[in-house]
Design a binder for this molecule. Structure first.
Ligand code: S3P
Length: 182
């Protein structure tokens, strides 16, 4: 008698972490390897608003942007089979780590302030870092947000590691969690 092979569940994989930790780059590659769809919360918001994040910040203010992020997480993407790269501030609010954990497997990418500064300094698109002292801003925001990142998911370090090694590490965690997924 033929037995039907049961398919493993495909919980979404959420990548959280500070700006410049590589969420989008790794997310895109991981989606390819898993055969999942890829969503980047910032890009989805830019598409729906038809303007860049920095314009949304300038024209509507940060709280408005945060509401858009929340709406994207609540209803802007399919409930399974996706890799989602979350904007750096998305999970850093009361209750958000728990919201993401209910929806899927959450992995927090971590980098040192030095690496973050080096990775973000060439890019003028992040409104929160367009300040006279971005180094200090990164340190302040990191201190404020670290508890949320820690609470949200398993931490994966990204400093001085090869892309492939980071992605393999994330996949190992995901596969393990996938087997335990209710
Ligand atoms: C932000 C991070 C950005 C973007 C916005 C605000 C933050 O996303 O959502 O500029 O508050 O950390 P990335 O983490 O993808 O750069």
């Amino acid at each position: 008698m033929k037995t039907k092979k049961s398919r493993l569940p495909q919980p979404n994989l959420y990548l959280v972490g500070f700006m410049g930790t590589g969420k989008s780059t790794h997310g895109r590659a991981l989606a390819r390897r898993l055969g999942y769809r890829f969503f980047d919360s910032d890009q989805e918001i830019e598409k729906s608003q038809k303007r860049p994040i920095k314009t949304i910040f300038a024209e509507e203010g940060e709280p408005y942007f945060r509401k858009l992020e929340q709406t994207f997480i609540e209803e802007g993407h399919p409930p399974e089979g996706c890799v989602v790269s979350c904007g750096g501030g998305l999970v850093a609010r009361e209750g958000m780590p728990e919201v993401l954990q209910r929806k899927g497997v959450v992995i927090a990418l971590v980098a040192s302030p030095e690496c973050i500064l080096a990775r973000t300094s060439q890019n003028p698109d992040r409104p929160l870092l367009q300040v006279p002292d971005p180094d200090q801003k990164i340190r302040d925001l990191l201190a404020e947000r670290e508890p949320y990142y820690r609470q949200a998911g398993i931490l994966v370090l990204t400093d001085h590691r090869r892309m492939k090694e980071i992605q393999n590490h994330i996949l190992r965690i995901y596969r393990r969690k996938q087997k335990e997924w209710r």
